[in-house]
Ligand binder design. Structure first.
Ligand SMILES: *[C@@H]1O[C@H](CO)[C@@H](O)[C@H](O)[C@H]1NC(C)=O
Length: 257
């Protein structure tokens, strides 16, 4: 057997194994693959449709050139910080009809300048961080969520004044103000950010007044009591016969002797 024969018999299986590995790596290369449950179509940019895919979270292997992303009708509960960061061309994002309760403060970090449409309707969002949409240029649909109308939400909507339509769809499921439940947020005139402050100020004032009254009454009582005591003491001293003192001293002397 020559050296060449030996080399061939030893390395042929290795070659085959290597070849199949390369093929497998090519087949499962993430860039060329669409996330599980989604379809990817090139049209006006890359359209990735993952509607009705029983997804419980946002897929992490989304193609970086995605421009339209449909994630509606899934069971996503949370949008983590920076989850779309790599999608530099994302223009439209549909997250409607999910079970989203929480959005990270930086959920839309990285797509602020490209995103034009964001659909968050038909979810379970009651509150968001006040800066979550701050830098977004997108038209945001926030309708059909159980919003809690408070100072934070007022700040969020104030930061979106250019997007009047977003606010008009926000109905208060619960509210800081008693009679606002079920009403559109826009009909609330009150400044919700000053309400709780005023209440605490008032409570503080009442408490301070209470303490002040207690301290004053105590001082008055103390002074009066002392005056009475002093008067009584003085009267007692006056009433003492002056001779008794000398007699006492005499008694002391006799005991010593
Ligand atoms: C998002 O998807 C829902 C359900 O398919 C659809 O009704 C809605 O119009 C979509 N939103 C946008 C902004 O296209």
């Amino acid at each position: 057997m020559t050296v060449l024969d030996l080399w061939l018999t030893r390395s042929l299986p290795m070659c085959l194994l290597l070849q199949s590995l390369v093929l497998m790596a090519l087949c499962f290369h993430p860039a060329s693959m669409c996330p599980k449950g989604c379809t990817c179509l090139h049209g006006n940019g890359l359209n990735v449709t993952c509607s009705n895919a029983h997804l419980k979270e946002i897929p992490l292997d989304l193609p970086p050139d995605t421009s339209l992303l449909r994630l509606d009708h899934n069971q996503v509960t949370t949008i983590p910080d920076q989850v779309f960061k790599e999608l530099r061309m994302l223009r439209e994002l549909n997250l409607s009809h999910n079970a989203i309760r929480t959005l990270g403060e930086n959920a839309f970090r990285g797509v602020e300048s490209t995103l034009l449409t964001l659909d968050l309707s038909h979810n379970k969002i009651s509150t968001v961080h006040k800066n979550v949409f701050a830098l977004l240029k997108a038209r945001v649909n926030m309708g059909n969520n159980p919003w809690h109308c408070d100072c934070t939400l007022q700040q969020v909507l104030k930061g979106m004044t250019y997007n009047h339509e977003s606010a008009s769809r926000v109905l208060c499921k619960s509210s800081e103000l008693q009679d606002q439940e079920g009403r559109p947020f826009l009909t609330i005139d009150a400044d919700l950010c000053n309400l709780p402050k005023r209440t605490t100020d008032y409570a503080m004032l009442v408490t301070m007044f209470g303490w002040f009254t207690m301290v004053i009454s105590y001082v008055v009582y103390y002074v009066r009591q002392n005056q009475e005591d002093a008067r009584r003491h003085l009267e007692y001293l006056k009433s003492l016969p002056s001779k008794q003192k000398k007699q006492d001293e005499g008694d002391d002397v006799s005991t010593v002797v």
